[in-house]
Design a protein around this ligand. Sequence first.
Ligand code: NDP
Length: 397
Amino acid sequence: MGKVLVIGAGGVGTVVISKMASLPGVFDEIMLASRTKSKCDAIAANVGRNRVKTARVDADNVPELIALIKSFKPDIIVNVALPYQNLHIMDACLATGVSYLDTANYEPPEEAKFEYGWQWAYMDRFRDAGITAILGCGFDPGVTSIYTAYAAKHCFDEIHYLDIVDCNAGDHGRAFATNFNPEINIREVTQKGKYWENGEWVWTEPHEIHKPLNYPGIGPRESYLIYHEELESLVKNFPTLKRARFWMTFSQEYLTHLRVIQNIGMARIDPVMYEGKEIIPIRFLKAVLPDPGDLGENYKGWTSIGCRIRGISKGKERSYYIYNNCSHEAAYKETGTQAVSYTTGVPATIGAMMYLKGIWKKPGVFNVEEFDPDPFMEQLNIQGLPWTELFDVDLEL
Ligand code: NDP
């Protein structure tokens, strides 16, 4: 059906390649390119059967990207490198007339700032070039946004209150590790909190608002209100929302480590001089922390991510909870990575499939909730992330 170029050979890239390789009717030809070619080769060797070509590319170097795209001629690029590369890859897509998909919004390396403005600014150029950009197609953002679109389409006349709840109840046995790229993860969770209420953003101190929430099959876990990027596009695309918030679970152990890391300056993203050389502390920290890609082997337990929604249906208030529980052990058995990489890589694969099948194909730049959720929801059940719906239950929020 089509050719795909995947950029980024990390935990998420490993899952994307493993899933795409298992769908030969959709992904005829696959190339994996990343900064370190040996990592691409190792992933390709695991898949076997010469299904996956590999290449080295610096995705911050637009001419290098353009040359690679021109030689492989993909239909779509799946960007699972880091958010810093998004704009460079989008520039290369524009120069070559190739569509684009990612799982996290652009961040400037020198400032931890999460907003879609930079990528939305490509709307006219992508539309004029007749190519599609699918933004935020992991789990959150991604599936959570598609759950919201599905709820708005099938369960409500109007949605009013949205709480996205993200629980990782897994145990990797390490004192401290992040579940995806440590630099991106620590920048995200040390931010001030922010949520949408009555037409405006309300700011909070980091982790200021928290409460125990019950997760299906897991039980109560302390959940912290943080800002997460999908809130920005969801309040724009669902203007009936009176309030939209995002909650994530953290253990006390994790928060203590995080506080120490910040207090001793290791979360700094500005350069400091060390032995006559400039280093960025958070990047040095990444070098000594466990690689998220190596956590899978001993990871036990589940993730549970979903949307708790209240709104009006046929003139009456109703509540709705839709979620997926994913087992770290099952994810590892299938792909060799833990559930956080799995729950991101599977939706990215489905998004690329939606594009290649012509279902999610329109010129311009779009967040995932702007496409028809139904065919995507169907594939979630087939590709390993089944969902459960609960109606008229206590949402606790
Ligand atoms: P990793 O750090 O494991 O992998 C990132 C990969 O990108 C590495 O292989 C790295 O290369 C490569 N890379 C970095 N810079 C460049 C560059 N300039 N050119 C080419 N390749 C480069 O990250 P993850 O796999 O954990 O995460 C991947 C993405 O997924 C991130 O953007 C993250 O924010 C997003 N994500 C989204 C989630 C969601 O639900 N929406 C959840 C989790 C993650 P090298 O190996 O040489 O360092």
